[in-house]
Design a protein around this ligand. Structure first.
Ligand code: G6P
Length: 369
């Protein structure tokens, strides 16, 4: 193993802790908050075509698909461009409508995922512009794309993706911001605030990593659960999906991520005193609504683990455990709220004796169908 684990027992833990640096690397030279600019080389080259796109289609698999979902929220919110997010394996086989003024964004850590590669080949045949967001330099998807941006997360060895995810999210944030700047869809003052927060996000992730011991204690309490539910709204909904995926992948506990409000259409039937429910409750915009979702779970005796903003009191009163994270711009919150979920999955898997870096049946890169 050429790449060392350093002081960490596993690559996954090392990669979780590398996220502040990985994000800094992904942003370096591409933005400046005090000067108020964003400049992704790949985007610049095609900006005249990209800012006229009528639609973005984001295609990916696994964790990369989750960052694509965050991309949908960001691009629609900031750049006001309609976005569809597609599992590459579905997209490629369903005779999708692709127009020559569509921009297809392919997200892939490895740049080698067979379905994602096939999806962009199809979109290329139909004249769409392909923008690749890859981590591995010179990979097949990077080469097959017309333009793109590397995430610069450095090599990711753990099968369960962590730092690749957060750098994908930081790149797609820059894409949304740069298009928003060109199109004038958000006020300059707001742009500055977001850029400032983005420049400081690594420090807040460092702060969040200090919660490790507390999360380990929570893991010890729930390590024997058979099921987990993860709930979030808005920008935290894709985070709920990703948190559930992390737990499934490495601990083999069944976990579902759901939009918090959609719970009443199904998952609520599963809630009893044996069901741990992880709430992502940092949204200021939908706070009262999340509080009522938490109450619904509590009324059914579910065990509540809530990720909240520092100083939260309302949810803290209802929850069995609160994990207090630093506040940031809501659109950047996934970069922070995913961290405790990665750590929770990691510790539970370790306590269950699982091989976190190489979970059974999973591959780092799926190059066959
Ligand atoms: C595999 C990996 C996941 C990854 C997915 C997509 O399932 O185990 O961690 O998210 O493939 O991989 P990609 O390299 O395209 O991001």
């Amino acid at each position: 193993e050429m790449i060392e684990k350093g002081n960490f027992e596993h690559f996954m833990l090392k990669e979780i802790y590398e996220q502040p640096k990985a994000i800094e690397d992904s942003l370096r030279g591409r933005m400046n908050a005090s000067q108020g600019w964003i400049k992704l080389g790949g985007l610049d080259e095609y900006i005249n075509r990209i800012d006229k796109a009528e639609r973005f289609i984001i295609t990916a698999c696994g964790t990369s698909w989750h960052s694509g979902m965050i991309g949908e929220y960001l691009l629609e919110d900031l750049a006001r461009i309609p976005v569809e997010v597609e599992y590459a394996s579905e997209f490629r086989y369903r005779n999708p409508i692709i127009r020559d003024n569509d921009v297809v964004i392919a997200i892939s850590q490895s740049g080698e995922t067979a379905d994602t590669l096939a999806a962009i080949e199809l979109a290329k045949e139909r004249q769409a512009l392909i923008y690749g967001i890859c981590n591995v330099i010179g990979s097949s998807i990077a080469r097959a794309s017309h333009a793109g941006s590397y995430t610069h997360a450095g090599p990711e060895i753990g099968v369960a993706s962590t730092k690749a995810f957060s750098t994908q999210v930081s790149i797609i944030t820059l894409i949304a911001l740069q298009i928003a700047q060109v199109k004038g869809t958000i006020p300059t003052s707001k742009m500055r605030e977001i850029l400032y927060e983005l420049e400081n996000i690594s420090k807040k992730i460092e702060e969040t990593l200090l919660l490790n011991d507390q999360i380990k204690e929570i893991a010890a309490i729930y390590k024997d659960a058979n099921n987990f539910l993860y709930l979030g709204r808005g920008y935290n909904f894709p985070v709920a999906l990703e948190g559930a995926l992390k737990l499934k992948e490495i601990s083999y506990i069944h976990a579902e991520g759901y939009p918090a409000a959609e719970m009443k259409h199904g998952p609520i039937a599963l809630i009893d005193e044996n069901m741990p429910v992880v709430f992502l409750a940092t949204n200021k915009s939908a706070y009262e609504k999340i509080v009522s979702n938490v109450q619904e779970v509590k009324a059914r005796k579910g065990k509540i683990i809530a990720v909240v903003l520092k100083g939260d009191t309302q949810i803290a009163e209802l929850a069995d455990h609160v994990i207090e994270v630093p506040e940031t711009e809501e659109i950047l919150s996934p970069l922070i709220t995913i961290v405790p979920l990665q750590l929770l999955a990691y510790h539970i898997a370790i306590m269950r004796g699982c091989n976190v870096d190489q979970p059974r049946n999973l591959a780092k890169s799926v190059t066959v169908e």
